[in-house]
Design a protein. Structure first.
Ligand code: PLP
Length: 394
């Protein structure tokens, strides 16, 4: 079971560490010498329970998760995450206050926008606090507006929760620090989508009400979502009588996505994809062995730096639409200034086995996704190509 180290820069599903996949391949066939694969046993068996417990423990260690927070896993992906967050968190607010309030969305790209649209579609009371498109002349998702420009829309107001997407995968925009006016307000629960940057850098979990992340970028295969939630939010959801939600015209969460139900059943209320969770746990173990999030962050910073540096070195040839302070360390978006060269760029890159570079259809150009498992050596190959391509074609 061998392969050459991939140099695939696709936005996801992303590559995983080769040794993780080698182990997973063996365990898919015969786990722990059971004579059965890990996907062929009950999700309530001793072995499955051990995987759930071990995954929780490893994640707690990696992210230094305080006792105030609970970890759980649920079927689905990022979309299941933001849909279920809306109904669970609206219920939590009703449970806590006996009232309703709007959820506030900080819109910085297509994923936070979709999350807002979904909350609205579900009839969860919500509003956009700001849409970053309104803060630049281009009317595009290219930066994150300074807090001083929008904090008045938050101060003194009640929100059931405030939502942001920490890394906008499509537009290559990342929150490089959390907004102070949100995290410093004890009455606001910060809810964040970390689908495309979880475990890529150190964060302070205590500042979040809920973190959710689909697995298929930094931590595993599609099909599973990870949640880290403040225990008090779970208690508040449990307090709610469904009739009160009906009265407020807020949807009741489907049972498989009801957070307290999932937590009470140790992430196995219904059939959890245990192979997928096992792969995630192998990724966690791999990261712990590698030196944890701190080591990964250093590597990620180095990868992002050489890539942005080379693109910045040819300002007449490459265009970087995202403002420097909002540049993502995971998804590097760029375009060519010269017209008619896009196809050639992709073709020449593919000749060097550099693939997955086409930008999202809504943005165009190129996007190099450099998630945790992509090595510095692979990024160095891309950097060399970007340089050569500019020199040969400018
Ligand atoms: N959130 C972010 C930041 C994403 O990048 C994605 C997918 O790329 C999603 C949510 C949606 O994830 P899924 O396709 O697993 O529903």
């Amino acid at each position: 079971l061998e392969r050459e180290e991939p140099t695939h820069f696709g936005a996801g599903p992303a590559q995983l560490p080769t040794e993780v996949l080698q182990q997973a391949a063996k365990d898919l066939l015969n786990y722990n010498n059971l004579g059965l694969g890990i996907g062929e046993i009950s999700h309530r068996s001793k072995d499955a329970t051990q995987i759930i417990e071990s995954s929780k423990q490893n994640l707690k260690e990696l992210m230094n998760i305080p006792d105030t927070h609970e970890v759980f896993f649920m079927q689905g992906g990022g979309t299941t995450g933001f849909s279920s967050l809306a109904t669970n968190l609206a219920a939590a607010y009703v449970g806590k206050t006996g009232q309703i309030a709007n959820a506030g969305y900080l819109v910085t790209g297509s994923w936070s926008l979709k999350s807002f649209q979904e909350a609205k579609r579900l009839h969860v009371p919500c509003e956009i606090i700001f849409n970053s498109k309104d803060f630049n002349d281009e009317g595009k998702f290219v930066d994150i507006p300074d807090e001083s420009l929008w904090e008045d829309r938050v101060k003194g107001k009640k929100f059931s929760y405030v939502y942001l997407c920490e890394n906008e995968t499509v537009h290559g925009i990342e929150w490089n620090q959390l907004p102070k006016c949100i995290v410093d307000d004890p009455n606001i629960e910060l809810v964040a989508d970390l689908s495309s940057d979880i475990l890529s850098r150190k964060i302070d979990v205590s500042k979040y009400g809920v973190i959710m992340a689909g697995a298929q970028k930094n931590i595993g295969l599609a099909g599973l979502t990870l949640y880290i939630i403040k225990k008090s939010i779970l208690t508040n959801i449990e307090k709610v009588d469904d009739t009160l939600l009906h009265e407020f015209d807020i949807p009741v969460t489907p049972i498989a996505f009801d957070y307290p139900t999932v937590v009470k059943n140790n992430s196995a209320y219904n059939t959890i994809p245990i192979f997928t969770l096992h792969v995630m746990n192998l990724v966690f173990e791999h990261l712990i062995k590698k030196g944890g999030v701190e080591a990964q962050e250093k590597e990620n910073d180095a990868k992002a730096k050489i890539l942005y540096d080379i693109l910045d070195a040819y300002p007449n040839f490459y265009n970087l639409p995202v403002k420097p302070n909002a540049r993502s360390r995971m998804n590097v978006v760029f375009t060519l200034k010269k017209e008619g060269l896009d196809e050639k760029f992709l073709k020449d890159a593919a000749e060097r086995k550099l693939t997955g570079l086409k930008g999202h259809r809504s943005v165009g150009g190129f996007r190099a996704s450099i998630y945790n498992a992509l090595t510095l050596a692979s990024v160095e190959k891309l950097v060399q190509f970007i340089k050569d391509f500019a020199v040969e074609n400018q």
